[in-house]
Design a protein. Structure first.
Length: 119
């Protein structure tokens, strides 16, 4: 069984920074891509950023473009999200997810980590 565990969430003032990390454990699996999603209270879950595992191609939601950076560490089997210039609207539970070979969508999810940005 594959597990994803997020860390690095917390409370920060507007304009501050946080770095989220996601570590994979369990049986080895072939991943196509890794992504960060977020869900704020009363809102739908949204894709924040993603990275294709083999080639490193990145995608960012327009709302975080220029402020967030997604990166991967193949050796450590981790994916990170550096979040700068945080805004109160970034407050949400952030989830790490993996798209595995043979799956049509992101099929492996972490438990989520809370990010709260105060004004």
């Amino acid at each position: 069984q594959v597990q994803l565990v997020e860390s690095g969430g917390g409370l920060v003032q507007a304009g501050g920074s946080l770095r989220l990390s996601c570590a994979a454990s369990g049986r080895p699996f072939s991943r196509v891509a890794m992504a960060w999603f977020r869900q704020a209270p009363g809102k739908e879950r949204e894709l924040v950023a993603s990275i294709r595992w083999s080639v490193g191609t990145k995608y960012y939601a327009e709302s975080v473009q220029g402020r967030f950076t997604v990166s991967r560490n193949n050796a450590k089997n981790t994916v990170s999200l550096q979040m700068n210039s945080l805004k109160p609207d970034d407050t949400a539970v952030y989830y790490c997810a993996a798209e595995t070979v043979g799956a049509s969508a992101y099929s492996v999810w972490g438990q989520g980590t809370q990010v709260t940005v105060s004004s």
